[in-house]
Design a protein around this ligand. Structure first.
Ligand SMILES: Cc1cc2nc3c(=O)[nH]c(=O)nc-3n(C[C@H](O)[C@H](O)[C@H](O)COP(=O)(O)OP(=O)(O)OC[C@H]3O[C@@H](n4cnc5c(N)ncnc54)[C@H](O)[C@@H]3O)c2cc1C
Length: 377
């Protein structure tokens, strides 16, 4: 049986970028579960792949900062933007920081597919397990066995099984003695407990809020959904939430004192669409009336909108989560992404316990980890 130099498990963002950056690709094979490469890249960012961000630091990640710091310092914030720009990718900036493909994700994917030319690809090839015999890895798949000197695990997380996700990366890591930090859906909406389910009646409306969660203060748009709450600020909050409550400021830029002397009804003065204002008033048991007629108690109830305690019932789950938080513990991984426990075994991208916020941080990490590893291959 042929012995490859590298077997890459998973043809997603990190698997493709790793292969693209190898000097010699001919002796590398990518084993991919799907019938095509880069499934998540294709659908990401609403079809335009938010592939990196202008501002990148460890504070944008849930990860060991000592593990991540060196990588981010070595490459800098602009590396991935310049990498693709130099290949000819046209991009556009959203909200001043997030780089998206100008036309479609396919453009970025095509650049990677062009760069991996020479490598072997096995599609519809689901990896079942891997073991090491002497210096050689043997990988069992639904399309037979493959052998290589180096095994690179780029199989991603657990979200979106319809895009090929499996737990194989964690299973192989465990079988080689690696510790796995408990995995959970992240960048995902929250389901609500009965006391907050009035928010579901506002389905379809977005408002700007601030959320405090686990020492982080996040600001952005919250979307009321029929299943619970979602929107960018909620998705980011899910990254840092484990259990317990979030503190939501529904009035982040609004001073209630500014409306105290108004003769207008309070539902017309609060900075929300009217049906949102009415739902909050009902929840707080305040009758809608002229601001000047509100009692002291009414005003102190309204203040609660700045410190609203919401304990999510849970999340929308892996089928809606953009990423998986947790994963292979990074204290057992060297800074070239090789296992500290097993020579020539590497882990890249989302399978590791490194998870980014919304904004291109997850692709950024998947790509940087892959480039760093390939340069040392
Ligand atoms: C809908 C959606 C939109 C997203 N949008 C963005 C965005 O705009 N910006 C951003 O930064 N991040 C985004 N993400 C997150 C981003 O896609 C991932 O963090 C990134 O793809 C991780 O790269 P990876 O190489 O680690 O894993 P993946 O890209 O997930 O690649 C893993 C590959 O391994 C394959 N695989 C899994 N199990 C097996 C097996 N047993 N055998 C063989 N192959 C296997 C999978 O089929 C897959 O092709 C989005 C995610 C989703 C789900």
């Amino acid at each position: 049986m042929k012995i490859y130099e590298n077997i890459v498990i998973g043809g997603g963002a990190s698997g493709l970028m790793f292969t693209a950056n190898l000097k010699n690709k001919e002796d590398t094979i990518i084993l991919e579960h799907n019938n095509k490469l880069g499934a998540k890249i294709r659908v990401s960012g609403g079809g335009r792949c938010n592939f990196t961000n202008k501002n990148i630091s460890t504070s944008n990640y849930l990860a060991s900062s000592s593990f991540l710091k060196g990588l981010l310092r070595e490459f800098g914030s602009q590396f991935i933007f310049e990498y693709f720009t130099n290949l000819g990718l046209k991009s556009t900036l959203k909200d001043g920081t997030q780089y998206f493909c100008k036309s479609s994700s396919k453009e970025l994917l095509d650049l990677l597919l062009y760069q991996i030319k020479g490598a072997k690809i096995a599609l519809n090839c689901k990896v079942l397990d891997a073991k090491k015999d002497g210096n050689i890895f043997e990988v069992s798949t639904t399309r037979g066995k493959y052998k290589a000197k180096k095994l690179i695990i780029t199989s991603g997380g657990l979200s979106f099984t319809n895009l090929g996700a499996t737990a194989i990366g964690y299973e192989i890591a465990k079988s080689f003695g690696h510790k796995i930090i408990a995995t959970k859906p992240a960048l995902v909406g929250f389901t609500l407990q009965p006391q907050d389910s009035f928010l579901k009646t506002l389905s379809g409306v977005s408002i700007n809020v601030k959320i405090k969660v686990d020492k982080k203060e996040l600001e952005g748009s919250m979307l009321f959904a029929h299943k619970g709450i979602s929107g960018p600020v909620v998705l980011n909050a899910s990254l840092f939430w484990n259990r317990g409550h979030l503190e939501i400021n529904f009035l982040p830029k609004f001073d209630l004192k500014s409306i105290k002397n108004s003769n207008k009804n309070i539902s017309n003065l609060l900075p929300f669409p009217k049906r949102v204002a009415l739902a909050f008033l009902e929840k707080l048991e305040i009758r809608d009336k002229k601001a000047t007629l509100l009692s002291k108690e009414d005003w102190s109830k309204l203040e609660e909108l700045k410190y609203y305690k919401l304990a999510p019932a849970g999340t929308f789950g892996y089928s809606k989560a953009e990423v998986t938080k947790g994963g292979i513990a990074t204290n057992e991984i060297k800074n070239n992404f090789e296992s500290k426990l097993v020579d020539n075994l590497y882990f890249l991208g989302e399978v590791l316990d490194v998870t980014g916020m919304l904004g291109g941080y997850n692709f950024n990490f998947a790509f940087l980890s892959a480039i760093k590893c390939a340069r040392n291959n």
